[in-house]
Design a binder for this molecule. Structure first.
Ligand code: NAD
Ligand code: MG
Length: 384
């Protein structure tokens, strides 16, 4: 029996890892929709290879190029935000949400509203929509499977256990490329240095998030929604080797951890095959070769992002959406060379203090909060 899958963000790092796994068991899958922002040539190549029903570019200006590249293939081409939502709404067994940023929010919500099982990589969508998304998941009876390696680890450690018995959940953090840098070095950090992650090969935005530790901050908020044990039970520990992907501690003193190579194909395989298991080409763990695994507390002086995220989750309401939007704007400004690395967290803190927005109650209000927070962030940067 084949399963039908749509991949939102098919040309990205997560999209490529997913298609790599599907390519290895081609006969088990039928590809419905593949999407990208632009990258018309690459998207068309993938759509032809996997025999997709439809290929969609988020940026409508790229649609003519996509149409040209798909000419004669019989594959439908579409473009624009509405087309992404339509693609995500098509009947499928699984939608992999791997667009980066809140650009993925509306299509992810559309898949959830259809009741289609969603494999969620796009953490910004959940951070931003928060309760609005989890309420839709509950209302529509949707299964949400976490792709993010930490959350997939927690998901695996929770299997067969009740959240009532959980004493704490610990997210591990590699600490990113600047883990051991002094504050003075951080001030001068360049985009090229920030996107060079020691353990993981990822898209530019999440790589910068790893360097600032906003990735862990966003993941703390993501965990709060996926595993509602109370935010006071969520902890973060720095683990430079990225072998232990997270842990769950139970009331009896047992701590369960999930270990694996730092290869996103492991958690992606878990959600593709769930509740079964599948083979991956990933190198097996060789603990003797690794020698040791180390752990240390995060340094919130040099990396304030996790503290800001904790404050946002405690404040609730619009704060997580504001934090996420401000971070997206600040990361883009840093990557464009407009602001120094250390200003990213400073801008997020300033926008959080300045933007007192009402708690969003539905998708339209989440998008409005996101837009307003972006406007505040942009205005602050122009004034500086
Ligand atoms: P990426 O930049 O490599 O790919 C992003 C994908 O989204 C691309 O297909 C791109 O074309 C598409 N996209 C970008 N902007 C868009 C827009 N405005 N409209 C429509 N499509 C758009 O990113 P990635 O590293 O694959 O990460 C994707 C998501 O998965 C992010 O939310 C990230 O935080 C999360 N994630 C990634 C990793 C990883 O190892 N890469 C691990 C955990 C979680
Ligand atoms: Mg992660």
């Amino acid at each position: 029996m084949t399963r039908a899958i749509s991949i939102l963000g098919a040309t990205g790092s997560i999209g490529a890892s997913t298609l790599d796994l599907i390519r290895r068991e081609r006969e088990k899958w039928r590809v419905v929709a593949l999407t990208a922002n632009c990258q018309a040539g690459e998207l068309a190549r993938l759509a032809r290879e996997f025999g997709a029903e439809v290929a969609v570019v988020g940026d409508e200006a790229c649609l003519p190029a996509l149409r040209d590249a798909l000419a004669g293939s019989g594959i439908a081409a579409a473009g624009g935000a509405g087309a992404l939502v339509e693609a995500a709404s098509r009947p499928a067994d699984l939608v992999l949400a791997a667009i980066v940023g809140t650009a993925g929010l509306a299509p992810t919500m559309a898949a959830i509203e259809q009741g289609t099982t969603v494999a969620l990589a796009n953490k910004e969508a959940l951070v931003s929509a928060g309760d609005v998304m989890t309420a839709a998941v509950a209302r529509c009876g949707t299964t949400l499977l976490p792709v993010d390696s930490e959350h997939n680890a927690i998901f695996q450690c929770l299997a067969g256990n009740s959240l009532d018995h959980v004493r704490s959940i610990t997210l591990t953090a590699s600490g990113g490329p600047f883990r051991d840098w002094t504050y003075e070095q951080l001030v001068a950090a360049t985009p090229a240095q920030a996107v060079r992650h020691p353990n993981w090969d990822m898209g530019a935005k999440i790589s910068v998030d790893s360097a600032t530790m906003f990735n862990k901050g966003l993941e703390l908020i993501e965990a709060h929604h996926l595993f509602p044990v109370g935010h006071d039970k969520l902890k973060i520990v720095v683990h430079p080797q990225s072998v232990v992907h997270s842990m769950v501690e139970y009331r009896d003193g047992s701590t369960l951890a999930q270990l694996g190579p730092s290869d996103m194909r492991v958690p992606i395989a878990n959600v593709l095959a769930w509740p079964a298991r599948m083979d991956t080409p990933c190198a097996p763990l060789d603990l003797a070769a690794l020698g040791e695994l180390t752990f240390r507390a995060p340094d919130e002086q040099r990396f304030p992002a996790t503290r800001l995220a904790r404050e946002a989750v405690e404040a609730g309401g619009s704060a997580p959406a504001v934090l996420n939007a401000a971070n997206e704007i600040a990361v883009a400004a840093f990557l464009a060379g407009h602001i120094p690395f250390t200003r990213i967290a400073a801008y997020v803190a300033d926008v959080l203090a300045a933007a007192a927005l009402p708690a969003p109650a539905n998708l339209a209000e989440v998008i409005a909060v996101d837009g307003e927070a972006r406007a505040v962030a942009r205005a602050m940067m122009e004034l500086a």
